[in-house]
Design a protein around this ligand. Structure first.
Ligand code: ATP
Length: 638
């Protein structure tokens, strides 16, 4: 998408308002020109002492133009800003929507502070483009043309002098200016983004920089970014100053030329002496209308650069493909109502996925020797008797909700989906695979640990399961339905990802929890906190649920932060929970206790526990090891 197309599409809904602003602008500038021309004639005529009645029309016209100029100017500002602010608001929402669709995989190429800059300053540049570039140019072009015709009708040479002056000020000076400062003006927005990024980096990394004595070097980088921005601003300001001087010079020369042409015309008798003042003074008002054009041209370069940066976001490739007509979530795969075990009905109508073709297909894959141990009965449709996965598997019984009773291995009182990962490869950056040919199964209601060395792709698998990313090869199915056929928002209502660094907002415990479910009552919050084993501690706090957690949850310990994030996930009612390194950086004893609590709190949900720890094997149904080329299942489901 080009910057121009972006501007057109963004402004189209506000076109009537913008047109009204242009008309009002023409009215205001036209009234200024009319005021100057009429008063010039009135002064000249009055000097000859005619009967006052001969002046009455001109006197009324002067009043009308004087009042009209103010009224039209007000209407122009009102209509122009109203339309531009509407465009700006819509564009900001559009950019934000796009960012949410891109994040996190699609925004990997952008830097955080720079994105913030694009979302704020660059979107604001649309206001500049419409109100300070498009509007003044449209008004100046029409009023300038009308004035040249008016003056030209009285004295063609004076009209030609005015036209030449207007061309110099309205077109020549801006062209010269943009040639002189194009690079500087175009670089202002990216340089501001770079400075914001360097500042945020410095602030966030200050403790580490101080510890390593690297603050001076980082400060030097910041100073360098600042200096580059200052140099660009200076070049831009120098070009603007030169333009202002050239504009003033061109205006004076054009006025003098008009005066000379008018004087010659009066002398030769071609022009009545009363009109000489009109020819000389009218251009003053016209130049007022075009005087802002060099600045407008300068703003144009900056605003165009900003629009290009926004177009980059809007046309960034989709990290995932959203189907035009998404498949419905498998019946029964609705989020739990209160995030509590048993709150979800036992998957009524579940027979639907008993007949699902995809379920059948995955069944054959589950039974394959690839991960036979893991797949024994666990794969949807594989039909292994007695294995927990089989019990809930669509193909096995066609009634997932009934599985708890049938399976025996993993007691489930509510529906939990099964997930099958088949020969999946994926990359964050094209050509750099993060996981290759990974296959494993997450049977319904099972707790599976995903282990492997750092960088082996565990978090990438989690990102694939919530469709932050799509596989480049292979497929992932949820109860037999390929994830790519589902709406990602639907999917994320039932598959919850709890990253290692789950974000806590700088607000109260209750507000952090209600992000998952805005309508949750205090009792529901307490229930979720109780299940995350955090309630006892919270009850000891003077402000209880209304205690502030600080920026990034700094007022909580690492373990408390994770428990609070878990309580939020429980409250959301996900039916599959992906816990990414929930015990990282905790001592062994606390880690074991937290893992136990997390798994207990997860209740009947399907859980994928990403971990480096080797001691979780006893607490889960199986461990998938990503180290091996094709992950192995250790040990078998109990
Ligand atoms: N957002 C991202 N953008 C680009 N590359 C990424 C991104 N996230 C991960 N990668 C790359 O994908 C590969 C796998 O990373 P991933 O985080 O999945 O591994 P991991 O097993 O979870 O590691 P760890 O145990 O250290 O968290 C790495 O080479 C990493 O550089």
């Amino acid at each position: 998408m080009t910057w121009f197309k972006l501007l057109l599409t963004a402004s189209r809904p506000a076109a009537p308002g913008l047109l009204l602003a242009v008309l009002a602008g023409i009215g205001a500038a036209g009234a200024a020109v009319g005021l100057m021309a009429t008063s010039a004639w009135l002064i000249s005529r009055a000097a000859l002492h005619p009967p006052v009645l001969h002046l009455m029309v001109a006197i009324v016209a002067v009043r009308a133009f004087g009042i009209g100029r103010g009224v039209f100017r007000y209407a122009e500002r009102l209509a122009g800003h109203d339309a531009a602010l509407r465009v700006l608001g819509r564009l900001r929402v559009r950019v934000f929507d796009r960012l949410t669709a891109l994040a996190p995989a699609g925004t990997a190429g952008f830097r955080g502070a720079d994105l913030a800059q694009r979302l704020s300053a660059d979107v604001d540049a649309v206001l500049d483009m419409l109100v300070r570039v498009v509007l003044p140019y449209a008004v100046a072009a029409i009023v300038g043309l009308g004035s040249v015709l008016l003056v030209g009708a009285m004295s063609p040479p004076a009209g030609a002098a005015l036209a030449a002056g207007l061309l110099v000020v309205g077109a020549g000076v801006p062209l010269l200016q943009s040639a002189a400062a194009r690079r500087a003006d175009g670089r202002l927005a990216p340089l501001r983004g770079g400075l914001a990024t360097a500042t945020v980096d410095l602030l966030h990394g200050l403790p580490d920089l101080t510890a390593y004595g690297a603050t001076p070097a980082q400060l030097a980088r910041l100073a360098e970014a600042d200096a580059r921005l200052r140099r660009a601003e200076q070049r831009s300001a120098a070009a603007a100053g030169t333009s202002a001087a050239v504009t003033a010079l061109a205006t004076c020369l054009s006025l003098l030329a008009g005066l000379a042409a008018g004087a010659v015309a009066v002398r030769s008798g071609a022009l009545h002496g009363e009109l000489l003042a009109v020819i000389v003074l009218t251009p003053l008002a016209v130049y007022e209308a075009v005087a802002g054009l060099p600045v407008a041209a300068q703003r144009f370069a900056g605003a165009r650069a900003s629009l290009r940066r926004l177009a980059e976001i809007l046309s960034a490739p989709d990290p995932i493909t959203v189907p035009r007509v998404p498949a419905p979530l498998p019946i029964g795969a609705e989020p739990a109502d209160a995030g509590l075990p048993g709150a979800v009905g036992a998957a009524g109508g579940s027979g639907a996925f008993g007949v699902s073709g995809a379920g059948g297909a995955s069944g054959s894959s589950g039974a394959s020797g690839d991960f036979g141990a893991a797949g024994a009965g666990g794969a949807p449709g594989a039909g292994g008797a007695g294995a927990p996965g089989a019990s809930g598997a669509p193909g096995a019984s066609g009634a997932p909700g009934a599985s708890g009773a049938a399976g025996g291995g993993v007691a489930r009182s509510a529906y939990s989906p099964a997930i099958l990962v088949e020969g999946v490869s994926a990359s964050w950056v094209p050509g750099r695979p993060a996981v290759r040919d990974v296959s494993f199964e997450l049977p319904a209601g099972a707790r599976v640990a995903l282990a492997g060395p750092s960088g082996s792709g565990k978090s990438t698998i989690a990102a694939l399961l919530v469709r932050f990313l799509d596989p480049t090869a292979g497929r992932i199915t949820l109860d037999g339905v390929d994830l790519r056929r589902l709406d990602p928002d639907d999917l994320r209502r039932i598959v919850g990802y709890l990253p290692e660094d789950a974000y806590l907002f700088d607000t109260t415990i209750s507000a952090n929890l209600r992000i998952a479910r805005p309508g949750a009552t205090d009792a529901e919050l307490r229930a979720a906190l109780g299940r995350a084993r955090l309630l006892d501690w919270i009850e000891t706090l003077p402000d209880g649920l209304e205690t502030f957690v600080g920026e990034h949850g700094m007022a909580l310990s690492g373990g408390q932060r994770r428990r609070l994030a878990l309580a939020r996930a429980l409250l959301a009612g996900f039916r599959v929970l992906i816990l990414d390194e929930p015990t990282e950086h905790l001592d062994d004893e606390t880690a074991a206790a937290l893992t136990h609590d997390l798994l207990t709190a997860a209740g009947d949900r399907t859980v994928l526990l990403i971990t480096h720890r080797t001691d979780v094997a006893a607490q889960v149904d199986r461990v998938i090891d990503l180290t091996a080329p094709a992950p192995r299942a250790v040990p078998e489901l109990v």
